[in-house]
Design a binder for this molecule. Structure first.
Ligand code: ADP
Ligand code: GN1
Ligand code: MG
Length: 359
């Protein structure tokens, strides 16, 4: 393994004996490990993460956000059973900070491991979609009264589609890896959709505290009840539009195919999953969303899917510098599923809007 997890683990306030650590999960950004300790004869797991400091330029500010958000969630959930499974819990380093900086300049953090729950890369049933959406809606609701100051923008303009589009245009003009000819259809599709890029930003919607990475595998579903027990991956929690979160759920929770599926005939929005998402999300977020926000629920799915598609395409053209890849053309494959899903949403958008209007 590239990192000595035993040495790193000794920097954190964890009792007992370190046993092992293995790479864990399928995130595209951070390096995640599950570490096992022996504590009073029992094996107890923790999540260790190396924060990707190329993507997150200010890990200290990021951890300040995470601490404020998790402390607030914990206070609001006080009294509920199993509190350590309902929000992430940061384990402090020996010096009391929320992170440890190693000799190579890497930032590490540790969370309590949420046991008896799982993340899934693809959705299996409308009940799962409902549970995930309800958890993300609740997450937003619980954070509506987070005291000032404003959270840090851990990645400025993260969901700013016009800026993402401009980045694609720059990557295309440079074509630094001579790959544009491999993605002609995707580039044409992206360019033809320029008019929709500014719709949400121009809509005058309220700023809220949002998660901004509401991928289906960023919520843990309880093994016993199926409920969305804990929202994880809090690196991008920051001010944003509520619809960024709903849109990314549509992107990752309505299609049965993996994000990097090569058989595009498997990709498409399943209406039953969309309906479950709307119902689950509104069961919590319905309390605070404005009519204007509701009106863009279906559109947000199309826009965020398109936006991530732009980002995969840009990264493909730029030589795969942002998202971890595991094979040649991986980011182009990912881009293709996103654009296929955009098409599928376009075909069903009227029906999606009609459904939202009835709920
Ligand atoms: P990334 O930003 O790279 O996606 P995540 O924070 O989402 O990293 O973690 C990657 C995976 O690790 C998650 O999808 C989940 O399966 C697992 N994971 C993360 N945090 C926890 C936790 N506290 N308890 C159990 N599993 C976790
Ligand atoms: C990344 O970290 P992870 O894998 O949950 C990315 C998201 C993308 C997603 C695409 C900080 O999410 O914005 O939507 O990949 N996170 C960051 O799968 O860029
Ligand atoms: Mg993740």
């Amino acid at each position: 393994m590239k990192y000595n997890l035993q040495t790193i683990s000794s920097q954190f306030q964890i009792a007992g004996e370190f046993l092992t650590a293995q790479p864990y999960g399928s995130g595209h950004i951070n390096d995640t490990f599950a570490a096992t300790y022996r504590q009073n004869g029992r094996e107890v797991r923790y999540i260790f993460q190396r924060i990707n400091h190329v993507v997150f330029k200010n890990p200290v500010a990021l951890m300040e956000n995470v601490q404020r958000v998790t402390a607030h969630l914990r206070a609001k959930l006080a009294g509920q059973p199993d509190i350590d499974r309902r929000t992430l819990t940061v384990i402090p380093a020996r010096d009391g900070l929320a992170y440890h900086r190693d000799d190579a300049g890497n930032y590490w953090r540790v969370y309590i491991f949420i046991e008896k729950a799982k993340t899934y890369d693809t959705v299996e049933s409308p009940a799962q979609a409902f549970a995930a959406a309800q958890a993300f809606g609740r997450f937003q609701k619980l954070l509506t009264d987070l005291p000032a100051p404003r959270l840090h923008d851990t990645i400025p303009d993260f969901h700013n589609t016009p800026k993402r589009f401009a980045a694609l245009e720059r990557a295309l003009a440079a074509d630094a890896h001579n790959r544009a000819h491999l993605a002609k259809a995707e580039i044409a599709f992206a360019l033809a959709h320029k008019p929709m890029t500014s719709v949400l930003i121009d809509a005058g919607l309220p700023e809220r505290i949002t998660h901004n990475d509401t991928k289906f595998n960023n919520v843990m579903l309880d093994d016993a009840t199926g409920d969305g027990i804990c929202v994880i991956d809090l690196d991008t929690v920051m001010p944003g539009l509520a619809l960024y979160d709903f849109g990314d759920q549509v992107r990752t929770t309505t299609s049965p195919a993996k994000e990097d599926e090569r058989d595009l005939s498997k990709v498409g929005l399943q209406f039953s999953m969309f309906e479950a998402l709307v119902r689950g999300y509104l069961s919590e977020a319905g309390e605070f969303l404005t009519p204007a926000e509701r009106g863009y629920l279906a559109f947000s799915g199309k826009l965020i899917t398109f936006t991530i598609g732009l980002r995969f395409l840009t990264d493909f053209l730029s030589g795969d510098v942002y998202f971890k890849i595991h094979r040649e053309g991986h980011n182009l494959d990912r881009c293709r599923t996103q654009l296929r899903l955009v098409e599928s949403i376009e075909q069903q958008e009227d029906r999606m809007n009609k459904l939202v209007a009835t709920i």
